[in-house]
Design a protein around this ligand. Structure first.
Ligand code: FES
Length: 315
């Protein structure tokens, strides 16, 4: 569990006014709800009275009402605002649900977990969709840190660009970009052979942008001139019981009409230009050699400026 961090926990469209949504944020169970004015709130998904889940409750004018005895909790402060059947001589006790700061921007609902002072930018700000979007959410059976590592060591285990084979060859070492690591991997169109011997001659690149801390991942499919064909933003956070919760958004760029016929036909048919894998191949993941991910684990990215050519057989 991390302290003092904004996490994307849901897409704005997943939470309608007057509705609740159970999510997990950095391992914490959180009840999201949106009031009638459209403001989103986040409370620990446990009632402070008898510890039942709050997320199945009802959104009321005073906040979120627990489904068990009907206490209502203010979304901003967590303060109890109403108890049904309270006698005139009784007062509302100072029961407090744990409230988390919420930042909703650019179609993402962010929750701040840990730390007393709220700081840092919202990770969803950087995403700029341009074209028809494809979105989704899932819980995947892999621990959060391992999910980030596999995105560097074997992204083909986690994502797929239909019609494209992501190779085992990566270009240079991971390089530091702020609090992220960037790694380019060679890719080829399927059905067109294994590709050139040197990764810098590959017709495609898959660029992974993986955080050292936090959960905002960007996977981009680039052409040989490094123009983006597909951008995929994946927000990950530690889920319950060793799982990882994901939400994602992505799109194909306007010039992504290039490529082999199968790729163009898929685009014309409106098929998603990527797949976020949710049924993971544990055997393939276990076989990956931990190479680029070592940089992330230690947080000691090499920050290489000059491009080095490496051919690393990962398996
Ligand atoms: S358990 Fe929530 S009000 Fe009693």
């Amino acid at each position: 569990m991390t302290s003092g961090q904004w996490w994307i926990v849901a897409l704005s469209g997943q939470l309608a006014p007057g509705k609740t949504l159970a999510v997990v944020c950095d391992g914490r169970e959180v009840a999201l709800f949106r009031d009638a004015n459209g403001t989103a709130f986040a409370l620990e998904d446990r009632c402070p009275h008898r510890r039942v889940l709050l997320s199945p409750g009802q959104v009321r004018p005073g906040g979120l009402q627990c489904p068990y005895h009907g206490w209502t909790f203010d979304g901003a402060s967590g303060r109890c605002t109403d108890i049904p059947n309270l006698r005139r001589d009784e007062k509302i006790p100072p029961a407090m649900a744990q409230a988390y700061p919420v930042g909703e921007l650019n179609g993402f609902i962010h929750v701040y977990a840990g730390g007393a002072a709220v700081q840092g930018t919202l990770p969803g700000v950087s995403y700029r969709p341009a074209g028809r979007e494809y979105t989704g959410s899932a819980v995947v059976p892999i621990a959060f840190d391992d999910y980030l590592d596999v995105m560097l060591d074997g992204p083909e285990c986690l994502v797929d660009f239909p019609g494209v084979t992501i190779t085992d060859f990566f270009l240079g070492d991971p390089r530091r970009d702020g609090r992220h690591l960037l790694l380019d991997r060679g890719a080829v169109w399927q059905g067109r052979g294994p590709g050139p011997a040197f990764v810098r001659d590959h017709p495609l690149l898959v660029r992974a942008r993986v955080p050292l801390s936090g959960g905002d991942i960007v996977m981009a499919l680039l052409d040989a001139a490094e123009r983006p064909l597909v951008t995929l933003f994946i927000a990950a956070t530690a889920g319950r019981r060793g799982t990882t919760s994901l939400v994602w958004r992505g799109f194909a760029h306007a010039h992504a009409h290039m490529g082999p016929p199968g790729w163009r036909l898929r685009r014309l048919a409106g098929a998603p230009p990527f797949t976020v894998r949710t049924a993971l191949d544990g055997r393939a993941i276990a076989a990956l050699v931990a190479a680029p991910s070592r940089e992330r684990r230690t947080g000691a990215a090499s920050g290489i400026d000059e491009e080095k050519e490496c051919l690393h057989a990962q398996r």
